[in-house]
Design a protein around this ligand. Structure first.
Ligand SMILES: Cc1cc2nc3c(=O)[nH]c(=O)nc-3n(C[C@H](O)[C@H](O)[C@H](O)COP(=O)(O)OP(=O)(O)OC[C@H]3O[C@@H](n4cnc5c(N)ncnc54)[C@H](O)[C@@H]3O)c2cc1C
Length: 399
């Protein structure tokens, strides 16, 4: 029988990249931390599987890099795209001032399992899976814990700090009444898998995307494919029929419509809604949101996971000492937002510019043309994608 009440220095809602990294860092500093995750495992919808040089550098500081890189992954030293029939290097990581000058493509569940297993080595760390956030609990006007649900069972977790790391549809931010600004998005993505065939190109198609509106990621024995569509277009595509969709995809994909035989029903396609938004205030007394819960990111540049991890490191840096003293003030929480506001705003600004709906599907973006004209730009993009606008280094590791 599970205890119906728990007490921890910090309770984190959401076992995604942000929540698990913060849980790991706080537990490593000797704090007690409970991470609750509504799913029973980390095998969830495709949400990107890029681990960028900035995150790999954090793993190096934590002494976890070598072991992480023993897990199956592919490396991309450059990101290439095919635009109007021309192959262009969009981002080059070869001059980054870090040890790993590549993106590691690793299924996100492998990365999350790895982080969770490393965190579990610390006595203060507890991960409660199949446990959903239900509500905030207040004492004297300040958040003093949460109520969780596991099936029909309710549990109370008492804590002086609740972290909302529960992603783009964050219930923590909704219950805390934190206001967000939406920046919309004109696109959605259709995700599906194609089994590999002997006749497929061997030239690392996985890192050649996005091929105009088509992305292909090498997942070992299958290709993870993504096809971007206009928001709201899905119902019309369904009416037109699967064969018409395959023909349209074949125009921009490295596969013919016939080669997409695996795609034999609409249940094989997943519609993933893209959204960009940001909270005005990431906190109120006793609660702080980080990662997508504070700022939902678009998949453009594949930077959301890495931004979420950087938020977690910044939160650990700012909050470890106050947590150890047993009192986290609103000012302490504001420091986290102040630290992460600029990189978030700047990254979202670029994502919004790059997904501008003024551009028609058939009109190539001007960005690749500029990059092919001015090659130094591919190093600049390599820096922005690989390291972002501000990197974070974990502190207080052995205090
Ligand atoms: C289609 C698509 C493709 C993307 N591709 C990439 C990419 O290639 N690279 C990249 O870096 N980023 C990518 N992103 C963005 C990336 O997915 C997010 O920015 C990143 O996952 C944010 O991490 P997070 O930890 O803040 O939130 P999440 O990864 O969303 O994790 C939140 C966690 O909270 C849990 N949770 C939610 N509600 C509750 C609740 N009520 N109770 C308990 N637990 C709860 C969820 O189950 C989840 O595990 C993509 C996004 C989309 C939509």
């Amino acid at each position: 029988m599970q205890p119906t009440e728990l007490t921890a220095d910090c309770c984190i809602v959401g076992g995604g990249p942000a929540g698990l990294m913060l849980g790991y860092l706080l537990a490593r500093s000797g704090l007690s931390v409970v991470v609750i995750e509504k799913h029973p495992d980390f095998l969830r919808d495709f949400r990107g599987d890029t681990i960028h040089p900035s995150t790999l550098e954090i793993m190096r500081h934590l002494g976890l890099l070598d072991e992480l890189l023993t897990l199956p992954h592919q490396r991309a030293e450059k990101l290439q795209a095919e635009v109007a029939g021309q192959e262009i290097t969009m981002a080059d990581f070869s001059r980054l001032p870090v040890q790993c000058r590549f993106i590691a493509f690793m299924p996100q569940w492998e990365f999350l399992n790895f982080l969770a297993s490393k965190a579990a080595a610390f006595p203060g760390f507890t991960l409660l899976q199949s446990t959903a956030f239900d509500d905030l609990i207040y004492a004297e006007g300040e958040v003093s814990g949460i109520k969780t649900l596991q099936g029909n069972d309710t549990r109370i977790i008492h804590t002086s700090l609740v972290i909302g790391a529960d992603g783009r549809n964050s219930q923590v931010r909704a219950k805390a009444g934190l206001q967000s600004k939406s920046f919309g998005s004109s696109r959605d993505v259709l995700w599906f898998r194609l089994g590999k065939q002997g006749s497929d190109p061997k030239w690392g198609m996985g890192h050649k995307g996005p091929k105009q509106n088509f992305i292909v990621i090498d997942r070992g024995d299958y290709w993870q494919c993504g096809y971007t569509i206009q928001k709201g277009e899905f119902d019309a595509l369904k009416l037109a029929g699967l064969e018409t969709l395959k023909q349209a995809m074949a125009e921009v994909a490295p596969f013919s419509a016939e080669r997409m035989a695996d795609l034999d029903g609409w249940d094989k396609l997943k519609l993933l809604s893209i959204r960009i938004d940001r909270l005005d205030q990431w906190m109120k007394p006793g609660v702080l949101c980080i990662g997508d819960a504070a700022h939902a990111m678009s998949p453009i540049g594949g930077v959301g996971v890495n931004l979420a991890i950087q938020d977690a490191v910044a939160a650990a840096n700012c909050l470890t000492l106050p947590l150890k003293k047993g009192h986290v003030t609103l000012r302490d929480l504001q420091k986290v937002q102040q630290r992460r506001q600029f990189p978030t705003v700047a990254t979202q600004f670029l994502q919004i510019k790059m997904s501008s709906n003024k551009r028609k599907r058939t009109t190539p973006s001007k960005v690749p043309q500029m990059i092919s004209r001015f090659p130094f730009l591919r190093h600049l993009f390599g820096r922005l994608i690989g390291l972002g606008f501000r990197t974070e280094k974990p502190e207080h590791l052995n205090e």
